[in-house]
Design a protein around this ligand. Structure first.
Ligand code: MN
Length: 496
């Protein structure tokens, strides 16, 4: 569903006419070599496309204008191999709407000590050419990512890839549609927010559909299609005999499969990238979608429960940013705590809808009663989640801005049998420690709904926040609570 290689970042090298034909030819050859190496190395998940070197204000303007309208172009990388007087960039940068990465590199890695002369100096002057360009971007208050180092350095390539992934997440939001079945869970604050402002800032739209529209599609699903999906369930998951075809409780699984097919058809036909529902508005539904939501997320759809469109959109963006990487990105909820002072941790889960992309090993398809919603017992996948570094990210509406809050966590293996817990679960320890991590989260107004990511880093989310114009707040190993509270206070002034 998500293929990043079809997207392009344009490699644009700035220079000027002053140097004469020979030097400019050399600039073009070098720029092409750098762009092609970045592209062919295979470490950058999108395509890096060389663009002819730009020497005049008009060439700069035209190239950046094309970048704006090109559907496949999701961002531009700039590099000043030579000196490119930056007033030439004003018109172009003024209209640039795609994410910008400034690669502060140099064609040669080392100074050629024994042969260096003025011709060499004339050609290899990124050290000051890129400073002139950087001044103008800062002077124009334009956000961008600056990556410093030789273009063959693995760390440099990794940083470019991280930004390219963030740019892909941002690109995916532009024009994206998220469906909301029913409104917000009654009286809940953090899942609500300004959908008009979000569309203006982020480019995606959120609109409501009556649950009856979905029920009509579910009711039309053929018996044949349901049986085929049930067969897939039986082949993929551990299931008790009474849930399998012919078993006394099979009807619950059959109904769940029918919901999945209907929901998938609704999303595909409407070209949606994600959805939300609420257990308070299920008229005509037999069950709350459990396994349906879990498997749709695994296939790349954004989702969050209880009308939480912000988290659904963030889940989707994270899935795009993490496409092709090992590990998952999932809707999550901090559910309950283990306050053992020597081993404090959080149990993350939801009442049903934990993304099956997180499953460690074979998931178990189970049917249990659900205490809320007043519907039939829903089918859901139950599984454990692997340990390792992960993070939780939350997108909240602070009234005058949206905030992206991230907490780095260390997931730990689930060691105890949890025979009576009928949902998928994750255990983690927040950084820097349980008390500081949770207190900082609450001071920052972080939601109980998050995206739980096994494969994105704080750098992905920071790049994404900068591109999206989001306030970015991080809780990690270095967080000190007093300093953290000051940061929140200072940001209030910045965003006033
Ligand atoms: Mn919830």
């Amino acid at each position: 569903m998500i293929d990043l290689k079809k997207f392009q970042v344009w490699f644009i090298t700035g220079t000027q006419d002053l140097y004469g034909e020979e030097t400019l030819k050399q600039v073009a050859v070098h720029a092409q070599e750098v762009a092609e190496a970045l592209n062919k190395e295979g470490k950058i998940s999108v395509s890096v496309v060389y663009k002819p070197i730009v020497k005049t204000p008009d060439q700069i303007f035209e190239t950046l204008q094309q970048a704006n309208v090109d559907k496949d172009c999701i961002g531009v990388i700039t590099w000043m191999h030579t000196f490119s007087p930056a007033k030439m960039w004003i018109r172009g940068l003024n209209i640039l709407q795609k994410p910008l990465l400034h690669l502060h590199t140099q064609f040669n890695r080392d100074i050629p000590w024994s042969t260096i002369d003025m011709d060499f100096m004339n050609l290899n002057q990124s050290a000051h050419g890129d400073r002139e360009f950087g001044f103008m971007v800062s002077r124009m208050r334009k956000d961008r990512k600056v990556v410093v180092g030789h273009w063959q350095d693995a760390e440099v390539i990794g940083q470019i890839d991280t930004w390219a992934r963030a740019a892909a997440g941002w690109n995916d939001w532009q024009g994206a549609k998220f469906a909301r079945f029913g409104d917000n869970m009654r009286y809940v604050a953090v899942t609500d927010g300004d959908k008009v402002e979000a569309e203006m800032k982020f480019g995606f739209s959120v609109n409501t559909y009556g649950i009856g529209d979905l029920v009509a599609i579910i009711n039309n699903v053929s018996d044949e299609a349901v049986k085929a999906l049930v067969a897939e369930y039986e082949a993929t998951y551990t299931m008790a005999d009474d849930l399998k075809t012919g078993g006394v409780r099979h009807a619950s699984v059959y109904d769940a499969a029918k919901i999945e097919i209907g929901l998938r058809k609704f999303l595909v036909d409407g070209n949606f990238k994600g959805f939300s529902d609420t257990f308070e508005d299920l008229h005509g539904m037999i069950q709350l979608p459990g396994i349906a939501a879990q498997r749709l997320m695994e296939d790349g759809y954004g989702f969050a429960g209880e009308g939480d469109w912000k988290t659904a959109a963030l889940v989707r963006a994270c899935k795009v940013m993490g496409a092709g990487l090992a590990g998952g990105n999932a809707f999550m909820e901090d559910y309950t705590y283990h306050f053992d002072p020597s081993n404090s941790m959080v149990l993350g889960s939801h009442m049903l809808e934990i993304d099956s992309s997180l499953a460690k090993g074979k998931a178990s398809l189970e049917v249990h009663p659900l205490g809320i919603g007043g519907k039939a017992d829903p089918a859901r996948l139950v599984f454990n989640v692997a340990g390792g570094n992960a993070l939780n990210a939350s997108l909240i509406d602070m009234g005058n801005r949206f905030r992206l809050l991230v907490n780095e966590v260390e997931a730990v293996e689930v060691e105890n049998d949890l025979p009576n817990l009928p949902v998928a679960r994750v255990l983690w320890k927040p950084l820097p420690d349980m008390k500081t991590g949770c207190a900082a989260w609450i001071y920052a107004g972080g939601a109980h709904h998050t995206v739980y990511s096994q494969n994105l880093t704080t750098e992905h989310l920071l790049d994404f926040a900068n591109i999206a114009g989001l306030e970015y707040i991080n809780i990690g190993a270095d967080t000190k609570i007093n300093q953290f509270r000051n940061e929140l206070h200072w940001n209030e002034v910045f965003y006033k």
